[in-house]
Design a protein around this ligand. Structure first.
Ligand SMILES: Nc1ncnc2c1ncn2[C@@H]1O[C@H](COP(=O)(O)OP(=O)(O)OP(=O)(O)O)[C@@H](O)[C@H]1O
Length: 239
């Protein structure tokens, strides 16, 4: 298993954002964590990636506990966060080289790595453009390329296509399909078409708890619904 989550809980004041979440995700799986606004998805991703400490419970990322050994976890994972990780006044190339240097690569290797990732993510033409001048889709591609510098075993993508137009979204899917199977990927998104196009399995959170888990076909059968949107609505009904 790439990820084992046991009774993970996080409270903010008296609000329980994540409530005893248990879940296992296999190595190489492309997994979508779904749920309506405030369901607890981002809080879960932040705990799993070491940005927030759980109130109780634990999770193991390829064997290392986020509570006992967060430094080891950080070596294995990376994140393309909701809020942009891109430095607006650095060029695309400089952003990549900067992150590579943070990870301890020497200047030559950092330059080489930046070149390699720009080719892989279709950014070569815009290498010298300041990140703030890139379209939303290219900025997001740059953010994912930056997350790839550390060769993560587990990659978190928090709403990667938020605010992108249809074509930019489809282009980003192509990039993500290239990554599929090469590492474990956890995606949060509100775009269900994206889930159908990309993922192996889905978990649906509601009020901090996991309400359903399975492949899209399994969830359709379990809920007797014909579309993922209807599955989602039936599993996140209030009351
Ligand atoms: N830093 C914080 N301080 C206080 N409350 C917080 C904080 N972060 C999240 N919350 C609360 O925790 C709950 C879960 O939020 P979270 O951001 O995890 O939801 P989400 O499923 O990612 O939602 P969205 O789809 O809107 O991104 C919400 O009620 C939110 O208001």
């Amino acid at each position: 298993m790439a990820i084992v989550i046991k009774k993970l809980t996080k409270r903010f004041n008296d609000r329980t954002a994540v409530d005893g979440l248990s879940l296992m995700i296999e190595k190489g799986e492309f997994f979508a964590l779904l749920g309506q606004n405030a369901a607890g998805k981002t809080t879960t991703v932040k705990m799993l990636s070491g940005l927030l400490t759980p109130a109780s419970g634990d999770a193991w990322m390829n064997g290392d506990s986020i509570v006992q050994n967060p430094a080891a976890v950080k070596q294995k994972i990376n994140l393309s966060p909701q809020e942009s990780a891109v430095a607006p006044n650095l060029t695309a190339r400089e952003n990549l080289e900067f992150v590579a240097r943070i990870y301890g690569l020497n200047k030559d290797t950092a330059e080489q790595k930046a070149d390699e990732l720009m080719v892989r993510f279709g950014l070569t033409d815009r290498a010298k453009s300041k990140a703030k001048s890139l379209s939303g889709g290219l900025q997001r591609r740059l953010s994912i390329a930056m997350a790839m510098i550390s060769n993560p075993e587990i990659l978190f993508l928090d709403e990667p296509t938020l605010g992108l137009d249809v074509r930019a979204r489809r282009n980003l899917w192509k990039v993500l399909l290239e990554l599929k199977g090469k590492m474990t990927i956890i995606l949060t998104t509100h775009y269900l078409g994206e889930v159908e196009a990309l993922v192996d399995r889905v978990g649906i959170m509601h009020n901090g708890k996991l309400h359903a888990l399975g492949t899209i076909e399994e969830l359709k059968r379990q809920t007797s619904q014909e579309t993922l949107e209807d599955v989602f609505l039936s599993l996140t009904e209030e009351g």
